[in-house]
Write a protein that binds this ligand. Sequence first.
Ligand code: BGC
Length: 331
Amino acid sequence: MAAYPSNIALGIDIGGSGIKGAPVDLETGTFFAPRHRIPTPQPATPEAVAATVAELVQHFDPDGELPVGIDLPAPIIDGVIPSMANLDKSWAGVNGAELFANVLDRPVTLVNDADAAGYAEVRYGAAVGRSGLTIVLTLGTGIGSALVVNDVLVPNTELGHVELDGYDAETRASSAVYERENLSYKQWAKRLQRYLSYLEGLFFPSVFIIGGGISRKSEKFLPLIDTRAPLIPARLLNTAGIVGSALLAAEAVGRAPETITPLPPLPEKENEGGKADEPRRTKAKKAGSRKKNTSKAGKLAPKSNKGNKSKQSSTSKKDKVKKAKKKHKKA
Ligand code: BGC
């Protein structure tokens, strides 16, 4: 059994394809030991997932003192999961905190995946030191959201499920939809624009942080979106859920780190040369397996652009991208 220093907690991130965990150094928001990943069992029932989480925890062989935080893609109220959108539906009504505490034989802190990721961004990453309301959105299979006000997390917001133009927003604007519908970045950015403008009109945040795996490619689509609040990519990328769960677990048992050193900014990316509206999946196209999506970006496109040819002229588009890029950099 390994004894970990008091500034370490174990974070576990349950996703649709993988369950990942690592002991986290809470003073720096970095991994204390390499991350371990086990594929998510299919179907991802509570029992099967709990058994996989137990295997993952065993890998790190923790003593009984190590705080354990687990995140999953659903709201959690007093440990109970009221509904589940993207894992097995049998999670609805399950007391997840109890389930994991039983299989692990220790108390655990169970949190929503976007809350964990968003909290990590606010404490170690892209939103450190920002006052007012930070909205973190994770774009993946669904859209997750975290609202943090002056470092305090408002848990269980489900902004991916706001109904917009008659659709559940995540079914039109998540990165899974961008993949599935073979959208160009430009088409997808229009949907995100509509979604973000809508959220902005409701919450007027001080900053939007965009996370999820696709935030690695943020330079391809964020400059195409114009919001009043700065719109900036997440800093922690795929470690955010693990780091945030670990920190929330430590805080829950009074073991918050005494000091936190935020992560340094990521090195700026070289322009990879791709244009925002270039087709991306040449392989699939060559094989003839995907048709280019030439349809309008869909109902989540900004209304003001509909049928307005002059606004769509290439010069004004270029200007807009330039302006947005500038704003993006400033943030
Ligand atoms: C779920 C959220 C989750 C998000 C990202 C949504 O479908 O309802 O709870 O945070 O997906 O995984």
